[in-house]
Write a protein that binds this ligand. Structure first.
Ligand code: ADP
Length: 228
């Protein structure tokens, strides 16, 4: 699903955010990307979303070299991935239902299809009864569930999450990771950047650790604190 070959990213200010990274993520995997703030996790996710191109090396997603995708095709390329952020990113003046449906409307799907997919996604995250609530009426965990519903409503093969539990308490964080795991078991490849040690240690998933822009360990059923 993802193949990163010898990729480096140097920002215009001279910061070397990633240094000759090699990473292969197979279809259907669940991978934690861990490391301290500034280690390069978000930069790596941005290579996959093609917000950034590598300064050197190659990024191949679903068989496509992202550097070769013409700018006008980037929005179509991004349809194959859902993205979830720490701050949920919901539209405050739209209901739960509208926040999810809106993402599908942008794709130009027929109304009936939008209704069906919205209902499925909102149901999957367990929020059907909160359909008419506005983001300000939701708990942090519920708001993140809506963001996840929106990210997967189009059933993309890849789900990326950047610190999805950064604003949540430990129990809620655990529930959100369980939900991401459930989505993974249904067939979606999931890549989660996190430094939520409490949750990562309990999940026993593959853990790729970044330190100052380099991958320093990659363990199949790892914990955050694993020493290489
Ligand atoms: P993480 O997500 O692990 O916290 P980032 O990928 O955000 O790490 O950052 C990696 C390094 O790149 C840090 O030193 C950060 O300060 C730097 N950095 C991130 N974004 C930019 C940018 N737009 N311009 C310059 N430097 C950046």
């Amino acid at each position: 699903m993802i193949e990163i070959q010898e990729a480096s990213v140097t920002y215009p200010n001279g910061v070397h955010a990633l240094r000759e990274i090699n990473l292969r993520v197979e279809k259907g995997e669940f991978v934690f990307l861990v490391g301290a703030t500034g280690a390069g996790k978000s930069t790596l996710l941005k290579l996959i979303t093609r917000e950034l191109l590598p300064t050197r090396g190659k990024v191949i997603v679903a068989g496509r070299n992202v550097a070769e995708i013409p700018p006008q095709e980037v929005p179509y390329y991004r349809r194959m991935m859902g993205v979830v952020f720490q701050d949920f990113g919901l539209l405050p003046n739209k209901t739960v239902w509208e926040n999810v449906a809106f993402a599908l409307r942008v794709l130009g799907l027929p109304r009936k299809e939008i209704r069906k997919r919205t209902a499925n996604a909102v149901d999957l995250v367990g929020l059907l009864r909160r359909c008419d609530s506005f983001p300000a009426q939701l708990s942090g965990g519920e708001a993140q569930r809506v963001a996840i519903a929106r990210a997967i409503a189009n059933d993309p093969p890849l789900l990326l999450a950047d610190e999805p539990t950064g604003n949540l308490d430990p129990d809620t964080s655990w529930d959100i990771m369980q939900l991401l795991s459930h989505i993974n078991i249904r067939g979606t490849t999931v890549l989660v950047a996190s430094h939520d040690k409490y949750v990562i240690d309990r999940m026993r998933k593959r853990v790729v650790m970044l330190e100052r822009g380099a991958i320093v360990s990659d363990v199949p059923c790892g914990v955050y604190a694993h020493e290489p």
